[in-house]
Design a protein around this ligand. Structure first.
Ligand SMILES: [Zn+2]
Length: 343
């Protein structure tokens, strides 16, 4: 920003007919800077308007402070033409109000609502909620009930301890209010509140398209039912940790096999499906389909539909996906035979 006197002098010189380049040479400034002042894009004595990181939170701050504004803050707001308060003053008042609420805690929604991904770990959800609202995870834990601090310290979402269980409903209700989502979503999607409790689970990264739909860019760790291999809405193969996901949407047989695997649970347990699938996928099993035309077609479709870099990183997962329809067919036969023979 140029000094006010210099900027006013530049405007006067230009009004008197002096060209921009001559003014820039005379005062040693960039012609673009001079042009900004003479064209009125910049005003002498005022800094360039910059994007305001705090802007999305101002309405929220006023809502939080509604009815509790102190005289100094009110005067400051009234004095400003755009009714925006002096930021340090507003932050001081917010801090005071937050401390007052800490003595009499009441849940309140954060400015940016965040909904959980199915099966998401508690630490991941709290981290995402804190990041979206530009606060530290510790600051978020400070406004949540002590239940959350104990639970995140254990790093075991699926363990429902007897002494914590009675407080889980109240904790879920508080988190629902603070994250701006509903309590059913919190209970049904987060294993920390008992979602799918007692069922075998598989620790994977959530489907990348499911997380992208929630505007989450980073990988989200989740616990999914152990027999889930494909995200059905997006046709994404849920590879193991550290292995890239790839699309199987071009292979209807793989999608149909995933539907069939989930339907098997009407007649057996997840453990039985997993056990039969492992046996069917063993190298010596009759279900091995390496030379069948359908298997070759699926493998070719997977290679064509996915980036080469992804394909090269996960050959084992690719083989498992191409063989999946045959694996599930063989597993279903084993389960049916076992039920007939009572084994
Ligand atoms: Zn998905």
């Amino acid at each position: 920003m140029l000094p006010r006197d210099r900027a006013q002098q530049i405007i006067a010189d230009h009004a008197a007919g002096k060209p921009v380049r001559a003014i820039a040479r005379a005062y040693g400034h960039n012609p673009k800077t001079v042009r900004n002042y003479v064209s009125g894009r910049r005003t002498p004595g005022e800094a360039t308007a910059r994007s305001d990181d705090f802007a999305p939170f101002i309405t929220y701050c006023w809502q939080r402070l509604a009815g509790r504004k102190r005289p100094a803050l009110q005067v400051d707001q009234d004095r400003r033409p755009d009714h925006r308060p002096h930021l340090p003053l507003l932050l001081t008042h917010l801090r005071t109000e937050t401390l007052a609420e800490a003595r009499h805690p009441q849940p309140f929604p954060l400015p940016v609502p965040v909904s959980p991904v199915n099966g998401e770990t508690l630490a991941s959800f709290l981290g995402g909620l804190a990041a979206a609202n530009r606060i530290s995870p510790d600051a978020l834990l400070d406004v949540l009930p002590p239940w959350f601090r104990v639970k995140t310290r254990w790093h075991d979402d699926r363990w429902q301890h007897d002494q914590l269980t009675p407080w889980a409903d109240a904790a879920a209700a508080t988190l629902a209010v603070i994250s701006g989502t509903d309590i059913a979503a919190i209970r049904n999607t987060l294993p920390a509140f008992g979602a799918s409790s007692g069922q075998p689970a598989r620790a994977v990264t959530a489907c990348r398209r499911c997380t992208a739909a929630r505007r989450v860019q980073q990988p989200v760790p989740v616990h999914l039912p152990a027999h889930y291999r494909v995200c059905l809405p997006h046709g994404i193969w849920l590879s193991g940790p550290g292995t890239p996901q790839f699309s199987v949407s071009g292979c209807p047989g793989i999608i149909a096999a995933e539907h069939r695997a989930r339907r098997l649970l009407r007649h057996c347990t997840i453990e039985q499906v997993i056990y039969a699938s492992i046996r069917a996928a063993e190298p010596a099993a009759a279900a091995q389909p390496s030379f069948r035309p359908a298997w070759k077609q699926r493998m070719q479709a997977l290679i064509m539909a996915n980036p080469r870099a992804v394909i090269e990183q996960c050959p084992a997962e690719l083989l498992a996906a191409a063989s999946y329809p045959d694996t599930i067919t063989a597993a279903a036969s084993m389960i049916a035979m076992g039920q007939r023979t009572g084994i």
